[in-house]
Design a protein around this ligand. Structure first.
Ligand code: SF4
Length: 467
């Protein structure tokens, strides 16, 4: 019997997936799960031209999320976007890959439906041609985004050459205060370590605050690991993880479940495991947080003011702050709560799950949106579950649009964008220039904070609306 690997949860998963070692420190890793969306089109087309077949189509699962319109009741698209979805439908059928397509309630954002279907499991190595694949690490698996060429490599070989990243543990201890959520935690982490703070590392999130989170909340945290530059983010699996997974359609059943559980319990980092770097935050000090600039690291507690570039640590930072403020149309020194918004977007693979919709609905209940506000559930099943709880009625009564599942205005590939100059309070993960539409200005916030902005028309400390 081989001794089980020791070390961090990342090292345990990494070492158990090494097939062989290659030159330059590269190793060939076995891939357990490959998730696909419309973005895989080029890889499919190259394979079709070369007459290549997928090695393990049974380990790949596809969904249509980026290009499908989320217009209520009509998940259709224009000719160009329809072509992308039709291409995915054709290739998955030809190669025998399970596809959650339009009309299937299981369809949704790839990083939402993987966990929802029990495809994302502790200890596995999961890849997807998408930056926010780190989301799945919330289950104690190693999950990272890959490029189009790598997608094709995985399709044909079920393996991938990689160099081993370093490890970084981010510990958040203490307790979150009233109105403070997982989104605020990850924005505070990125503001602390910087948008490049995780480069070359896999982050393990630990501490009492992370342990107390639901799986939906842990996914929010892991989702934004890439915004700190990290290769992946993960949380060691525990009873919360197991309870979420038990009974999911593709999770192991019966004897296989018992065996899987026994293995999963060996995965958490050993007490004497060491990390290349450690960062600690006090969760008690985290406030509802909002971004003011064009990088997720440009985040501050809502009680603060727009920062002054003149006080930047160096000239490079000063210039980037000046550029960000010019793009965002903001003046240094004004309170963040005085910034008015034109539009609110609640959705994306960061914040479109049931916990997120519940948190937003709690703020919205009995109030009216004073700006256009969209709620885009992460999957058809989440939409249905939210409707069973009456959340759709809360949003509709408040004047919100209750839409179909998809990526929507997170990136706007389907044409659902904000207009130039519009200021959006958004629960998504990127606030880069033009991310939500050319000239659109994005403020990243939690679902509760987005809901607060919708009913007041400005960035608002959600704690002042509740209680
Ligand atoms: S919701 Fe946004 S970040 Fe997530 S997969 Fe879709 S486009 Fe990418």
């Amino acid at each position: 019997m081989t001794a089980r690997p020791r070390g961090t949860v990342f090292e345990k998963i990494w070492s158990s997936h090494v097939v062989t070692e290659g030159p330059g420190g590269h190793v060939l890793l076995y891939i357990d799960r490959h998730l696909l969306h419309e973005g895989s089109t080029h890889a499919w087309e190259r394979m079709a031209r070369n007459g290549s077949r997928m090695r393990r189509p049974d380990l790949s699962f596809a969904t249509a999320d980026h290009y499908v319109l989320t217009t209520p009741g009509t998940p259709t698209a224009d000719a160009e976007t329809r072509k992308m979805v039709e291409s995915l439908t054709r290739h998955t059928t030809e190669q025998g890959v399970t596809f959650f397509g339009v009309g299937d309630d299981r369809r949704g954002i790839v990083h939402v439906i993987g966990p929802e279907q029990g495809l994302t499991l502790p200890g596995i190595l999961l890849v997807c041609g998408d930056s926010h694949t780190a989301t799945h690490g919330a289950f104690g698996c190693l999950a990272f985004g890959v490029g189009s060429t790598e997608v094709e490599h995985v399709m044909i070989t079920q393996t991938l050459w990689q160099k081993k990243p370093k490890s970084l543990r981010v510990t958040v201890d203490g307790r979150l205060g009233f109105g403070v959520t997982a989104k605020d935690v990850i924005l505070a982490i990125i503001a602390t370590i910087g948008a490049a703070g995780g480069v070359g590392h896999v982050i393990e999130y630990a501490g009492t605050v992370i342990r107390a989170m639901t799986m939906d909340q842990r996914m929010t945290v892991c989702n934004m690991s890439i915004e700190a530059g990290a290769r992946a983010g993960m949380v060691a699996p525990d009873e919360t993880t197991f309870a979420y997974l038990e009974g999911r359609p593709f999770a192991p059943k019966g004897e296989l479940w018992a065996r899987a559980l026994a293995y999963w319990k060996t995965l958490p980092s050993d007490l004497d495991a060491t990390f290349d770097r450690e960062v600690t935050l006090d969760g008690t000090e985290i406030a509802p947080t909002v971004t003011w600039g064009t990088s997720p690291q440009d985040a501050l507690p809502i009680t603060e003011r727009v920062p002054d570039p003149a006080r930047a640590a160096d000239a490079t930072r000063r210039e980037s702050m000046e550029r960000a403020l010019a793009y965002m149309g903001l003046t240094a020194g004004i309170p963040l709560t005085e910034i008015t918004v034109d539009r609110v977007f609640i959705g994306s693979c960061t914040n479109s799950r049931l916990d997120d919709l519940r948190a937003a609905a709690q703020v919205v209940k009995g109030k009216r949106a004073v700006v256009p506000a969209w709620v885009v559930p992460g999957s058809g099943l989440i939409k249905r579950a939210a409707e069973a709880e009456g959340l759709d009625r809360v949003f509709r009564d408040a004047g919100f649009e209750w839409r179909e599942a998809g990526c929507s205005m997170c990136v706007g590939m389907n044409g659902e964008t904000a207009r130039g100059g519009e200021r959006v309070a958004s629960t998504s993960n990127r606030n880069f220039e033009g991310r939500q539409g050319q000239g659109a200005r994005t403020h990243l916030v939690s679902p509760a904070m987005a809901a607060a902005a919708a009913v007041t028309g400005r960035l608002t400390d959600v704690r002042t609306l509740r209680g």
